[in-house]
Write a protein that binds this ligand. Structure first.
Ligand code: 6PG
Length: 250
């Protein structure tokens, strides 16, 4: 039974990131007290960088970094040193500045030119870490997601093959308009999370956000609409600019 989404609108981007950071501290403490660990899949792109900076500064001394395990929801098919790498962005903004053990960080080996092999290796990593049986899906404590202007999230792009994936945890998704593969968790994994949090900031996302949240559009064209955690929480962290086209002012 999917729960309805929770929409939290902050006045400014800074307040958005502060609200998201506060939720991450709350979810981390909750998970660690329940299961002794916190598992998170980070989003990429530019939006989360400020959140990562905030966690590395304001939350540096209050988070149990040694009990936190970091994964990625998606990755570009580039080396970890590439300026486009989501791993590089998160490492520079946060992971290199906090006392998280390197063994707690699981990046895509996206330097491998064989994208399918990268996806297969990451799938094996997830199955081993979460001790999954052949048909099971991992339950991340939190998956962070962004929203692209075309309605994509993670690397689930409109009309791409990955949208149909029902069994694999991770795929190499060919993105025609970019003429490249992107590595991504699949929808069954996103929808198995205990909590999914979208971070959406800026007026350039206002129209697509209205389509996803308020219009009867297809998930094939707006993949973010397909993120409906089965038993988990779905939270949209927005700033006023991103929420400016919504008819219902939450
Ligand atoms: C990526 C992301 C992608 C991103 C959106 C929004 O690898 O780029 O995972 O899904 O979240 O494209 O990107 P911005 O935050 O840069 O707008």
């Amino acid at each position: 039974m999917t729960q309805s989404a929770e929409i939290r609108v902050s006045t400014t981007p800074q307040e958005l990131f502060a609200a998201a950071a506060e939720e991450i501290v709350h979810l981390t403490n909750q998970a660690v007290s329940t299961s002794g660990r916190f598992t998170i899949a980070l989003s990429g792109g530019s939006t989360p960088k400020s959140l990562f900076n905030l966690l590395a500064t304001n939350a540096r001394t209050i988070l149990p970094w040694d009990k936190m395990f970091f994964f990625w929801g998606d990755e570009r098919h580039v080396a970890p040193t590439d300026p486009d790498s989501n791993y590089r962005m998160a490492t520079e903004a946060m992971l290199s500045k906090v006392p998280v053990p390197p063994a707690n960080i699981f990046r895509f080996a996206a330097e491998n030119p064989d994208a399918t092999a990268v996806a297969d290796a990451y799938e094996k990593t997830l199955r081993k870490f979460f001790q999954l049986g052949p048909e099971a899906f991992p339950h991340f404590d939190l998956i962070l997601l962004g929203l692209g202007p075309d309605g994509h999230t993670a690397s689930l792009f409109p009309g791409s093959a990955a949208l149909q994936e029902k069994k694999c945890l991770v795929v190499a998704n060919w993105v025609e308009k970019m003429q490249t593969h992107r590595l991504t968790l699949t929808l069954p994994v996103l929808n198995a999370a205990y909590c999914v949090a979208f971070l959406v900031s800026g007026t350039d996302k206002a129209t697509v956000l209205r389509s996803v949240l308020e219009e009867n559009v297809s998930g094939e064209q707006y993949p973010a609409k397909l993120v409906q955690p089965k038993d988990g929480k779905l939270i949209w962290f927005l700033d006023r600019a991103a929420a400016s086209a919504l008819s219902t002012k939450p």
